[in-house]
Design a protein around this ligand. Structure first.
Ligand SMILES: Nc1nc2c(c(=O)[nH]1)N[C@H]1C(S)=C(S)[C@@H](COP(=O)(O)O)O[C@H]1N2
Ligand SMILES: [Mo]
Length: 548
């Protein structure tokens, strides 16, 4: 009895998990069939969760999990779904339709999430609804069979032990269904009724179907592999205006230093996309519209046919903490945005460029910044290759001097000329500053925090950035001593970071090393400590070292 009761509950929980899984799997498959992978219930809920995440939780996630925050969220969601759908199975065992109600409630959340996505139509409900049909059928059939199987064995036990089989299966159901009614022969009932083993097999079959549909959904339609293949096949044209040669001496020969050019695989990645947007060059279109004389639409071949320029530009994320790693420097191949916008003949009243990515992310860039002569680009190449998929393939924006969230839209497909008093963007809707020039920053890379060093001559080195203003000076302080000027590496351009180093005669003991930079306009980096929210962190970076 006792072992059976556990087995029955366990089976009901598994039936709930299998039915929940089938809901998601069928949802994936149907989403792929209708060519809207982001409409699948799991991703729709995940992406909505990302959008609704409050600032403190987002900062916590970035601080705690860094670039794994997406995996952590997906795993957390899977865990919650596992528990809730198992509970749904148990509830269904106790009361017919009650577990179905749990599944429908989960489905309702997914439907609301899906149709609420920025690029969704009402049709985005369809994958979840189809999944729910499959899931409800699976749950009622599995738990119904389980109940029948238990009732049969329950009757057999009841004959011997007299008892509470009804407690597991629900006596009313048993009576209504007439299973094991006293007048019925147990042998006859056993012949018609499923056994526990049948239920196990059926549950495994549903679970297998859930896995197959999910895999099918991920394989079907536009896969990441297709997009990567299209990227591999793409040959970028040579720039008509190549990046100026990086002057000798931009890169200091110091062990442990950040490389001057960040290799693509090491480049920090920040975006809201749980699933990488999949856009092939053939599908890609860029629409320029809004407050314009005439709308313009370009396809990828149009861009390849333009006179492209190549520029070295250091990107920085507003979420970067003092001393943090959310900055990277690359050579970008692209077309000047100002020239592109001019084709649409923007109205003189427009002061905001609202860029939108294929997944609905938006950034608002001050139009005067885009058109002031700096190298604001529609970029298609990064360090001599097509943009990596994670960095916006096939096209993105890059604007020197502004944090990424107000300028660097990846997978960009839409440029709207509008006004700050008419439109807001993704992060400004969440309280971040509408205008966000990059703050002057400097970082000590060598020695590392809490390093142990031998006394004597040692080198302190790092990078400093003040994009578009340039870095004019860096100073280092030991403990409460005087600020000493560091040696600056050659400057590649005002739009890139700059390496620096300083020779230190280290004396035994614990020491704090501090750094501060001065930008090209002569303004010194502030020591006022600010968190990333709402317009970027500030304060001097310091490391504590032990000299022996
Ligand atoms: N489509 C899209 N583009 C985006 C974002 C995003 O979430 N979605 N994040 C922006 C932010 S906050 C930053 S800092 C940069 C980062 O670019 P990277 O990932 O190539 O380093 O991309 C910007 N472009
Ligand atoms: Mo960012």
């Amino acid at each position: 009895m006792t072992t059976h009761r556990w087995g029955t509950r366990g089976l009901a929980a598994l039936a709930g998990i299998a039915a929940g899984g089938l809901t998601l799997g069928v949802g994936e498959l149907v989403a792929a069939l209708v060519a809207e992978p982001a409409a699948a219930p799991f991703l729709a809920v995940g992406n909505t969760f990302v959008d609704l995440t409050p600032e403190w939780l987002k900062s916590f996630a970035i601080r705690t999990f860094g670039e794994n925050d997406k995996q952590v969220l997906l795993a957390g969601m899977a865990g919650v779904l596992l528990v809730v759908s198992a509970a749904g199975g148990l509830i269904e065992l106790r009361r017919r339709w009650a577990g179905v109600a749990v599944l429908l409630a989960l489905g309702a959340v997914a439907v609301v999430a899906a149709v609420g996505r920025p690029t969704a139509t009402a049709g985005w409900a369809v994958p979840t609804l189809a999944g729910l049909v499959a899931g409800v059928v699976a749950l009622t059939v599995l738990v119904g069979r389980l109940r029948a199987a238990v009732a049969v064995s329950g009757v057999a036990e009841k004959n011997g032990a007299g008892g509470d089989a009804g407690a597991e299966a629900g006596a009313p159901e048993r009576n209504r269904a007439g299973i094991g009614a006293e007048g019925e022969g147990v042998g006859a009932a056993e012949a018609r009724r499923p056994s526990r083993r049948d239920v196990v097999v059926l549950t495994a079959a549903v679970a297998g179907l859930a896995v197959l549909t999910a895999i099918g959904g991920r394989r079907f339609g536009q896969t990441l592999a297709d997009v990567r293949a299209a990227r591999d096949a793409l040959r970028l044209p040579a720039p008509s205006d190549p990046a100026p040669a990086v002057p000798a001496g931009t890169e200091l020969d110091v062990a442990g230093m950040t490389p001057f050019t960040t290799p693509n695989p090491d480049f920090y990645r920040v975006d809201t996309a749980l699933d990488l947007p999949r856009v092939t060059p053939e599908e890609w279109r860029l629409r320029i519209h809004g407050m314009v004389g005439q709308e313009v639409e370009l396809d990828f071949d149009d861009v390849l046919g333009l006179d492209l320029v190549e520029r070295m530009i250091t990107l920085t994320c507003v979420s970067n903490e003092v001393g943090g790693e959310l900055a990277g420097n690359a050579v970008w191949l692209g077309y000047p945005l100002a020239g592109l916008l001019a084709r649409a003949n923007p109205s003189a009243d427009a002061d905001l460029l609202l860029s939108t990515s294929v997944d609905g992310f938006t950034a608002g860039t001050p139009l005067d910044v885009v058109t002031d002569g700096r190298d604001a680009l529609l970029a298609i190449g990064m360090n001599g290759e097509p943009l990596p998929v994670a960095h916006g393939f096939p096209a993105r924006l890059v604007v020197p001097g502004l944090y990424g969230y107000v300028s660097a839209t990846k997978w960009v497909t839409d440029l709207e000329l509008t006004r700050f008093d008419r439109a807001t963007a993704y992060w400004t809707d969440r309280g971040w500053a509408a205008k966000a020039p990059i703050k002057t920053a400097s970082r000590i890379d060598v020695p590392g925090s809490f390093a142990e060093l031998p006394a004597g001559r040692t080198v302190v080195a790092g990078v400093a950035w003040a994009q578009h203003r340039g870095v004019a000076g860096v100073e280092v302080q030991v403990d409460d001593g005087d600020w000493r000027p560091a040696r600056l590496a050659a400057e590649a351009s005002a739009d890139t970071w700059r390496q620096w180093s300083w020779d230190w005669d280290a004396e035994p003991g614990n020491h704090t090393l501090r750094v501060r930079a001065t930008d090209g306009a002569g303004d010194r980096q502030t020591d006022e400590q600010a968190p990333p929210f709402p317009d970027g962190s500030s304060g001097w970076h310091s490391v504590v070292v032990r000299v022996t």
